[in-house]
Design a protein around this ligand. Structure first.
Ligand code: AMO
Length: 423
């Protein structure tokens, strides 16, 4: 008999199911199993004397195969299908689970977050945790879809690099045979090199930042949704970024209705607002929020979340002092760089890039970086380089903000932070 997923079963049919035991209640003459597979959960009832004989072998999270008849029912168990149950005609234990180190069924007891992360491979079996990663999967798929529809080319870039792309202090150094190398902080230099041929480029890229502080919004290993486009300035790509995020959120609303309901999240497709850095700071001052000359403070980002609900706030005309060497200067101390703030947090940095070698060299020197270490990158703009612009959007930041989750580790399957290197 062909295996059926729990989501597919219909009243009246005989089915063969495979899955994990989420809940187990053994009475003297019958047993109730809540069986879970990747598609859902269903109540299974064992009544037959023969089938009850070895029932004590079963443990929570053991893997079983169940044959049974699907019956209409009115099931009250949380997470399980409420309309159907299985009358078991046969079952087999496939893989017995040891005593669980964390509670998956948190009806009465909860587990600390740190311990949950120690056993993340089990933690992800909890319906609400699983829902987060299903949504994150939709976010990545929707991003790909959007970019493919835009006519962008997906590319992969190296994760071992020879020089910093985002400032020297946050690098993980490693030995590369006789040379010194680093883990990539971004694919910035490479996406720019490719955009000079491919015009529109995107990738989902893992970045490593050796930031020492442990905060609820930083990871030492994070993912970025990157985009780069030729013959474009910052305004062209801010518009594309807004549309990408709107598309992603629409897809999550469409594809993850059940997960959003499970997590109690009501989503809205965000509006878009554009502010210059100066306008942004005026608004903050008016609201008694401290401002800085080359960045928006965390408090400021938070304030924008309150003032502009469900809105992507683009702050452009950013001071060049506050932007990396690859951002195009605009004169008057300003730049073609921008940040995007959504629900009170920066989700994206981007801008028009420098495609003129002399300006690049000057900006590198101004930041105490040696142009010699960037030779191949600078050279790539000597052979016909169009003006171009792009951005990097934090995947985990976007996921946590969409879901209203306050700690970035909750939306990271196997987070890497100051303390955590396993699992
Ligand atoms: P930036 O360093 O601002 O820009 O990163 C872009 C976005 O990536 C996310 N992000 C992080 N998320 C979690 N933990 C971290 N440590 C972390 N660092 C960054 C944030 C951030 O807004 N190359 C440029 C982008 C570009 O101009 O194309 C860059 O990396 O959401």
């Amino acid at each position: 008999m062909e295996r059926k997923y729990i989501r597919e079963v219909k009243a009246g049919e005989s089915v063969f199911l495979q899955g994990w035991i989420y809940e187990l209640r053994i009475l003297s003459k019958m047993a109730f199993i809540l069986l879970r597979d990747s598609s859902g959960m269903i109540q299974c009832i064992i009544k037959d004397k023969e089938l009850m004989k070895k029932i004590s072998e079963l443990t929570l999270e053991s893997v079983v195969e169940i044959y049974g008849k699907v019956k209409k029912a009115n099931v009250k168990a949380e997470f399980a299908r409420d309309d159907l149950e299985i009358e078991v005609t046969d079952w087999t234990l496939i893989s017995k689970a040891d005593k669980l180190p964390i509670h998956l069924n948190e009806k009465t007891t909860t587990t600390s977050f740190s311990k949950r992360l120690d056993y993340r491979f089990l933690d992800v079996r909890k319906p609400k945790v699983y829902a987060i990663f299903k949504i994150e999967s939709t976010i990545m798929q929707a991003y790909r879809e959007f970019m493919i529809n835009e006519g962008a080319m997906e590319a992969v870039f190296p994760s071992i690099i020879s020089a910093s792309s985002e400032g020297g202090t946050e690098l993980y150094a490693l030995k590369y045979f006789e040379k010194k190398a680093f883990l990539s902080q971004s694919c910035q230099l490479y996406k720019q090199m490719l955009v000079c041929s491919a015009e529109k480029v995107f990738t989902i890229f893992t970045v490593w930042r050796a930031e020492k502080h442990n905060t609820s919004r930083h990871l030492n290993e994070a993912r970025q949704l990157d985009f780069e486009m030729a013959f474009a300035d910052e305004f062209t790509v801010m518009d594309i970024m807004a549309k990408a995020v709107q598309y992603i959120i629409k897809k999550v609303m469409e594809k993850n209705k059940e997960e959003l309901e499970l997590l109690g999240v009501k989503l809205k497709v965000p509006k878009v607002k554009y502010l210059t850095f100066e306008e942004a700071n005026k608004i903050l001052k008016k609201n008694n929020i401290k401002t800085e000359t080359k960045d928006i403070t965390l408090e400021g980002e938070k304030k924008f979340g309150e003032l502009f609900l469900d809105t992507i706030v683009f702050v452009h005309d950013w001071p060049i002092k506050g932007k990396p060497f690859y951002i195009m200067p605009k004169g008057d101390g300003l730049s073609h760089g921008f940040d995007a703030i959504y629900k009170g947090m920066e989700i994206t940095s981007g801008g028009q890039r420098v495609h003129i070698p002399e300006i690049l060299e000057k900006q590198l020197r101004e930041r105490d970086l040696d142009p010699k270490n960037f030779k191949s990158y600078i050279d790539s703009f000597r052979f016909g380089a169009p003006p171009h612009a792009g951005w990097g959007l934090g995947l985990e930041r976007l996921t946590m903000l969409i879901l209203g989750i306050s700690n970035i580790r909750e939306v990271t399957l196997f987070p890497r932070d100051r303390e955590r290197l396993t699992p």
